[in-house]
Design a protein around this ligand. Structure first.
Ligand SMILES: Cc1cc2nc3c(=O)[nH]c(=O)nc-3n(C[C@H](O)[C@H](O)[C@H](O)COP(=O)(O)O)c2cc1C
Length: 204
């Protein structure tokens, strides 16, 4: 069992990043091998909409994307962490997601078999936002649903935390840190059937 955590925030040790590290701690406590990557350490350019992947299934833009994608495909569990930026994922996360168009083409245009070659892959989203709004995470939910479908990974869980703004403020939010650990542990050791829709924990 391999768990890969992707921290997409531009802010090192920001709130979503700290929640991700905690969730990985939970996964590690379940005896799994965990890996943490910071998206900012990778050079990933935006999709150029050349549509070459519609005939090849492969992205023509050559950068760090291919290497990161392989690591994502090799993982049994993914934890994707993002801040809320203008009611959605941050630009860094969206750039990675848009490059997933080759995955969508692989699956829906070329109708090729699942790209990962591993069964029962599951993913969790962690998102932190500064304000308190009831629709804060709706766009993130939709974007991640479509992205995980293209990646052929089951969308298993969400941890959404409102009203954390200053970098590191989340460390004072004991219930959020505890939930991150618990959900990380659960994601890693779950041998139950994958959920039909993601289990969501939203905290204020
Ligand atoms: C460009 C930008 C846009 C933001 N938009 C929102 C927003 O729409 N809703 C919200 O609740 N917080 C918003 N925030 C606040 C961040 O979500 C908040 O500070 C969060 O804790 C950042 O997470 P991080 O530390 O993981 O980067 C925004 C912050 C920035 C810099």
């Amino acid at each position: 069992m391999r768990v890969l955590g992707i921290s997409t925030s531009p802010r090192l040790e920001g709130n979503s990043d700290l929640l991700l590290r905690r969730a990985l701690g939970g996964a590690e406590s379940a005896g799994t091998r965990v890996e943490y990557v910071r998206l900012g350490d990778f050079k990933i350019a935006p999709c150029i909409e050349c549509n070459a992947c519609y005939t090849t299934g492969v992205c023509t833009v050559k950068d760090d994307y291919q290497g990161l994608l392989q690591r994502m495909l090799d993982a049994d569990r993914l934890i994707f962490a993002t801040p809320v930026f203008f009611m959605s994922v941050c630009a860094q996360a969206k750039t990675l997601i848009d490059r997933g168009q080759c995955l969508w083409a692989h699956k829906y245009i070329l109708k090729r078999p699942p790209i990962a070659g591993r069964a029962d892959r599951r993913a969790m989203v962690i998102a932190a936002g500064g304000s308190k709004g009831t629709k804060q995470f709706e766009s993130i939910r939709l974007t991640m649903k479509v992205y995980f479908d293209a990646l052929d990974v089951c969308y298993a869980a969400n941890l959404f935390v409102n009203q954390v703004d200053e970098a590191g403020e989340i460390e004072k939010h004991a219930s959020a840190m505890n939930e991150a650990f618990r959900l990380g542990d659960e994601l890693a050791c779950s041998d139950s059937d994958p959920p039909k829709k993601p289990v969501t924990v939203e905290l204020f």
